[in-house]
Design a binder for this molecule. Structure first.
Ligand code: F6R
Length: 261
């Protein structure tokens, strides 16, 4: 794993978007795993800008989102389908048929996970998975105690997640209590992982995920098992990390990061 600390959230977002954009330029048929949430809004705004101003071409890209609320139709403004259309897909030249989220309205809740896994497999797997981290340490909606081998399935959400995301719902209690999420094992199958974490409120949990023991209590810690993972942070989110000097040295000296310094 590599850790890159940028001076500001804006710089961390720009670096993240650039890593995604460069990957797409190298391989126009990229399969992206995508995340939603407040942190990612500015990443998608930057990708939209790159599409408009730098001709970043999504014509042959495919996407699979990490998660979707159970019981919200695509037109509900709190569904992740709505979020993705609104923040990204409606503003770039991706084919809608190539954008995938779990079906939050399915009648086959038990079968949806396997269907989604098969769809990912059918395109050859995910090339680059974008991740955020929840305040309870989740990736996707893999709440504490999710198996580190888990696959896509329905999951009940923790009180902390209901508090974190309930602010988007009116009233907050109307937030669904369950969601589909890729499993930790599904996420670890991606060929590359890019995690973006910004803001002081994430400083403690990201330090546990990156430097603490691997534990299903902090499912983000499972990315320590991944052989091609980078965590991009702003100064505020990096506040509790102990190995900062080494991470900074590494970013400033590793040849692969030279174009990004
Ligand atoms: C959403 C997802 C979640 C978020 C996490 C952080 O698709 O995968 O794990 O990345 O909850 O959300 P924000 O950015 O809103 O703090």
């Amino acid at each position: 794993m590599e850790v890159i600390i940028q001076p500001t959230a804006e710089a961390a977002v720009k670096l993240t978007a650039r890593v995604l954009g460069d990957a797409l330029r190298r391989n126009p048929e990229m399969v992206f795993g995508l995340a939603t949430g407040a942190t990612m809004e500015s990443v998608y705004a930057e990708l939209v800008r790159m599409h408009r101003e730098e001709k970043l071409d999504f014509a042959n890209a495919k996407t699979f989102n990490l998660d979707e609320y159970i019981g919200l139709p695509p037109e509900d403004k709190n569904s992740y389908r709505y979020y993705m259309d609104n923040h990204l897909f409606n503003h770039i030249n991706i084919k809608k048929a190539n954008t995938h989220l779990p079906d939050g309205m399915t009648n086959d809740i038990a079968g949806e996970g396997a269907r989604y896994e098969a769809a990912i497999k059918a395109v050859g797997g995910i090339d680059l998975q974008l991740l955020g981290i929840g305040q309870d340490g989740h990736i996707g909606f893999n709440e504490p105690l999710s198996s580190l081998n888990s696959r896509t399935r329905d999951k009940s959400l923790t009180p902390l997640t209901l508090e974190q995301n309930g602010i988007y719902f009116d009233p907050p209690e109307s937030m669904p209590r369950r969601a589909f999420t890729m499993g930790v094992g599904t996420i670890l199958d991606a060929r590359r992982i890019v995690m973006l974490v910004t803001g002081e409120r994430k400083a403690q949990i990201i330090a546990r995920a990156v430097e603490g023991p691997v534990s299903s209590m902090v499912t983000a810690s499972a990315i320590q098992f991944h052989t091609n993972a980078v965590v991009i942070l702003d100064e505020a989110a990096a506040g509790c990390l102990q190995g900062r000097d080494y991470y900074n040295w590494s970013f400033n000296n590793e040849p692969c990061w030279e174009p990004y310094r």
